[in-house]
Write a protein that binds this ligand. Structure first.
Ligand SMILES: Nc1ncnc2c1ncn2[C@@H]1O[C@H](COP(=O)(O)OP(=O)(O)O)[C@@H](O)[C@H]1O
Ligand SMILES: [Mg+2]
Length: 260
């Protein structure tokens, strides 16, 4: 996966190697660019309380210890425009009457800003991007759970993100009872967290289906285990898929130990 990114969000990946495409200098150019080292775009998904923010923070801390440049983003939000949309979507006192269509468009608007203002420039600067939710959330929440037209949702997702597709996505899977018990802690409950249990089950089921549909990109992780175990499982996957990232991390840690 290192240095490879699908060029579009739906459909089979475009042929990228001149061995698999009709010979042309353009093909060769794509091939060369694709081999340039680039740090991965990693997303975390799953229902409320599954542990996304916990593991985004833990992964960020791991990269920080290894002095690997990274950027953490969250959705909706992550840019000044996006944070205003976030407030409107999640906490504004007048948002109770928001229609599913409006909700879909607001999420897409926040994301398209985030991709162009923040994520793409960071990846181009050689920074690893870790995102707390991305376009799979729209497929699941507005598509499967709110039951909006699947094709429209896919098209809007494609329009919002362009060619900015995550290299790897972790879906943290937990059951409704575990999620409920984790959300007992005082927090500012948003609109999605006030949905009935049936909504939660649709979300969970849709994430599991998505993971089956896209096994190369999406890794389903049992989020109910001990947080250290979950963190190690995530790191194992990242270090086996992105060997350069893992070896940079290892060499920086060894380098630091030798100076101690
Ligand atoms: N594997 C885990 N085991 C037990 N508690 C966890 C685990 N992962 C997260 N938590 C706790 O569950 C709560 C929700 O986690 P959080 O990361 O905020 O979830 P999300 O961002 O997906 O809503 C937090 O109090 C967090 O400390
Ligand atoms: Mg969170």
């Amino acid at each position: 996966m290192w240095g490879k990114r699908a060029s579009r969000p739906v459909g089979p990946p475009r042929a990228r190697c001149p061995c698999h495409a009709p010979y042309s200098t353009t093909g060769l150019l794509y091939f060369t660019i694709d081999l340039m080292p680039r740090l991965p775009f990693i997303t975390f998904e799953g229902s409320e309380g599954c542990g996304k923010s916990t593991h985004v923070k833990r992964l960020a801390a791991r990269l920080e210890r290894s002095r690997i440049p990274f950027l953490v983003t969250r959705e909706p939000g992550g840019t000044p425009i996006g944070e205003t949309i976030r407030e409107l979507l999640q906490f504004a006192p007048h948002n109770a009457g928001m229609t599913p269509e409006t909700e879909l468009l607001l999420f897409a608007a926040s994301r398209s800003q985030l991709v162009r203002e923040t994520i793409k420039p960071a990846l181009e600067r050689g920074v690893c991007v870790i995102a707390d939710r991305f376009f799979d959330s729209t497929t699941v929440y507005q598509g499967a759970a709110r039951k909006l037209d699947r094709q429209i949702v896919e098209q809007l997702n494609a329009f919002a993100v362009g060619d900015c597709i995550p290299d790897i996505t972790f879906v943290l899977d937990i059951d409704a009872a575990t999620a409920r018990s984790r959300m007992q802690a005082p927090r500012r409950a948003d609109r999605m967290e006030q949905q009935p249990a049936e909504f939660y089950e649709r979300v969970r089921g849709a994430y599991r289906e998505l993971a089956e549909r896209e096994p190369n990109r999406i890794v389903l992780i049992d989020g109910s285990g001990d947080p250290d175990k979950v963190e190690n499982e995530i790191w194992e996957v990242i270090s086996s898929r992105f060997s350069t990232l893992a070896s940079v991390a290892k060499s920086k840690i060894e380098d630091r130990k030798s100076k101690m």
